[in-house]
Structures are given as structure tokens and as C-alpha cells.
Design a protein around this ligand. Structure first.
Ligand SMILES: N[C@@H](CCC(=O)N[C@@H](CS)C(=O)NCC(=O)O)C(=O)O
Length: 317
């Protein structure tokens, strides 16, 4: 017993050394996962492929049935936006999807099955642009004909899906961005993107206490304001579902299962907000919406793959 005691290092030395090593590694991994400002605020890189699809047949990317494919990850809220608009408009036969999965050891997304002879999303980005150096994110709107990425910004892909494929849509009357609501939609988008959609990431990827607190207070201030608004409104812009709701829903549906715990968005759950809960339930029960996400994949992607935030990899029940 006393021999064993003599062999052990002083506890305080062990703690200080282990903390220093772990924090240095954590900061290095976080800077790869989530670029941040000198104050520790998460800074999301901007998307680099920003083309559109047009109904003009001489356009670079003309609207055609079966020509385009969406690459999506089932855990990802940004990809989920595109799956929702595809389902709401009834574009399943016009635009195919390929699901990518997170690679546990290499980081980034890999193909479940090889696609365009690529094993990973990175290879697909490089097929489109050989010198591509940016982040390889989902969603990707891919043109099978020219083998190029049309667009990799979800906010723009959902506008393209809403507007440019109506001749192939089974629900072509549905307009999720009607002219008379456009300014209202844009105003909600602006507020919700920074504080809620990206706000949860600004909480989870914060590298300092003040960056985290700033993001977390902004997030809950905005959720409180939306809760109040939903007292007298079915959706954000009244009684019509719009792109603003699509963008909010994909964050809310992940909130209690992932962001509340993993990203420390822990002042309240969505289930603690009666109006937001009713709103999520209503949208969730629209036709085909439940087919656009997978709670097990969400939990696996966030808790299983964001190693610096959950090194044990344990998935909560
Ligand atoms: N601005 C992009 C963001 C997409 C995004 O960040 N996707 C994440 C998955 S949730 C991703 O693919 N990340 C991989 C990486 O950053 O390397 C959009 O809205 O389309």
C-alpha cells in the first residue's frame, strides 16, 4: 500500500499537466472544427458555390427533370432545409438525393455508396473545382450533366427549389416565398439566422465564457420573442408556411435532443415553451415532413462526431 502511494505523482501536478495538455489539444481541434475570432466567437465560413438554376433553357444550369442531385447529411440542419422544401413542393421525382455520413476518424463527410466515383464529399468538391480549398459542407446541389456544384448554400438552394422546378413539382401551387410576405420573411430570416440557426452553434463552438454567454443570451432572447409572436400567429408570417418557418423548424427539431445538452443551450427546452412546441408539432405533422429527418442520426451526428465537445462519444438516451 505505502509502496503504491510513493509511486503516484502529486495529484496537483497531474491535474495541472493533464489540463494543460487537454486544453491545448482541445483548442487545436476546435480551431479546425470551428474557426473563431480572437475573442473566442465562432465564425462560420461563407459558402463558395453560388450559382442558380434557371427556367431559361440556354442558362448555364437550366431547370430539367432528373438533372440535379442533392447531397445531404441526415443530422445536418442546413441540409434538412433542402429536404423539407423538396418534400413540401413534391420534387422527389425531379431531384434525387444522396446521403453522406460523417467519417469518425478522418473528419468530414463520406459517401455511404461511391457517387460520381467519389468516396468522400471532399473528392466531389474537387471534381467540381480541382483547386478547391474551402470547407466541404452539405447541402450540395449537384449538376450531374456538367459534374459541377451549382450551389452549396442552403439559404439559396431552398429558394431555387421553391421557384425553379415548378413544372416538375407535384405541389407547384405552394409558394413558400410569396411576394407580399417577402420583406417579412427576410426580416425573420435575418434575426433567426444570427441568433437561433447559427446562434446554437455560436453557443456550442464558443471558446470563451463571454462568447458563450453572449450567444446564449441572444438565442433565448430571440426564442422568447418568437414564443410571444406565436401566441397570435400560426406561423412566423401569419397563417401561411414560408421559407422562414422551414429555416426555423430545422433548428427547433434538433434543440431538445442535441443543442440543449451538447451546445449548452440550456436555459430552457423547446418543450418548456408552449407556443413553440405547438408550432413544431404543427409543422412536423404537415405531409411528408417526418420523412425529412431522423432523430437517431441527429443524436449520432452531434454527440458521436463532434469529438472536442463530447470526447467519450456517449450518445444520451
Ligand atoms: N452555410 C452552409 C452551412 C452548411 C454547414 O455548415 N454544414 C455542415 C453540416 S451541419 C457541414 O457540412 N460541415 C462540414 C465542415 O464544416 O467541414 C449552408 O447553410 O448551406
Amino acid at each position: 500500500m505505502s509502496n503504491q502511494k510513493n509511486k503516484s505523482l502529486p495529484t496537483s501536478f497531474l491535474i495541472v499537466t493533464a489540463k494543460w495538455i487537454w486544453q491545448t489539444l482541445w483548442k487545436t481541434m476546435m480551431s479546425q472544427l470551428a474557426p473563431s475570432s480572437t475573442q473566442g466567437n465562432y465564425q462560420r465560413p461563407s459558402s463558395q458555390f453560388r450559382h442558380s438554376v434557371s427556367q431559361k433553357q440556354d442558362a448555364l444550369y437550366p431547370s430539367e427533370q432528373g438533372r440535379y442531385r442533392l447531397y445531404v447529411g441526415m443530422g445536418c440542419p442546413w441540409a434538412h432545409r433542402t429536404l423539407m422544401v423538396r418534400a413540401l413542393k413534391g420534387l422527389e421525382n425531379a431531384i434525387e438525393i444522396t446521403i453522406v455520413i460523417p467519417s469518425v476518424n478522418q473528419g468530414g463527410w463520406v459517401m455511404a455508396e461511391p457517387s460520381e466515383n467519389c468516396q468522400s464529399l471532399k473528392q466531389l468538391y474537387q471534381l467540381s473545382q480541382s483547386n478547391y480549398q474551402g470547407r466541404c459542407t452539405v447541402p450540395v446541389l449537384w449538376d450531374k450533366k456538367t459534374k459541377t456544384i451549382v450551389n452549396n448554400e442552403s439559404a439559396e438552394i431552398i429558394i431555387i427549389l421553391n421557384e425553379q422546378f415548378n413544372q416538375f413539382a407535384t405541389n407547384k401551387e405552394l409558394n413558400l416565398d410569396p411576394e407580399q410576405l417577402h420583406n417579412d420573411i427576410e426580416a425573420w430570416n435575418e434575426k433567426i439566422y444570427h441568433n437561433v440557426n447559427n446562434g446554437v452553434y455560436r453557443c456550442g463552438f464558443a471558446q470563451t465564457q463571454s462568447a458563450y454567454e453572449d450567444a446564449c443570451r441572444g438565442l433565448f432572447k430571440t426564442l422568447d420573442a418568437i414564443e410571444l409572436h406565436l401566441e397570435n400567429n400560426i406561423y412566423l408570417c401569419g397563417d401561411k408556411l414560408t421559407l422562414a418557418d422551414v429555416r426555423l423548424f430545422t433548428t427547433l427539431i434538433r434543440f431538445d435532443v442535441a443543442y440543449y445538452g451538447l451546445f449548452k443551450c440550456s436555459i430552457k427546452r423547446i418543450s418548456d415553451y408552449p407556443n413553440l412546441s405547438r408550432y413544431v408539432h404543427d409543422i412536423d405533422n404537415l405531409p411528408n415532413i417526418k420523412t425529412t429527418y431522423d432523430v437517431a442520426a441527429i443524436k449520432q451526428d452531434y454527440f458521436g462526431n463532434l469529438f472536442p465537445l463530447n470526447p467519450s462519444g456517449i450518445i444520451p438516451l
